[in-house]
Design a protein. Sequence first.
Length: 140
Amino acid sequence: MAKFLIVEARFYSQLNDMLIAGAKSALEAAGHAAEVLTVPGALEIPGAIALAVESGQFDGFVAIGVVIRGETYHFEIVAGESARAIMALTMDGIPIGNGIITVENEAQALARADAGQKDKGGEAAKAAIALLELTERFGR
Ligand SMILES: Nc1c(NC[C@H](O)[C@H](O)[C@H](O)CO)[nH]c(=O)[nH]c1=O
Ligand SMILES: CC(=O)[C@@H](O)COP(=O)(O)O
């Protein structure tokens, strides 16, 4: 059994609850344990994961968040920079699944957060599990 940390940016509470439910379901189905850490927004997720990696307490990570386009360029920054920083961590061999949904509106977010629809939380958890299995296969 591996131990995963779900790092969630609690910007839209109900949507996050749905994403986390999907992620937890996927992790439990694979026989793994999960803890949840909450940060203010998606831009804080990569830094929180980096700090948690240093603790040595977790085998893998799932990033959970919702970024909905507003009026300004800030959407591109939040969506793009959180994804870029998470990708940089995975390139360092850290098993992370990215479940930060970046959408145009709440309807799109709902369809992707719902585990009975597109289940992006569960998808991200399965990606993290797959990367952890690769670290075990390649001896990291
Ligand atoms: N607009 C959204 C944000 N914005 C906040 C940033 O993520 C960050 O917390 C702030 O810039 C302080 O560093 N975060 C989301 O997760 N979702 C959004 O829609
Ligand atoms: C994704 C965002 O940053 C968004 O929620 C902020 O909206 P705005 O661009 O209208 O400030």
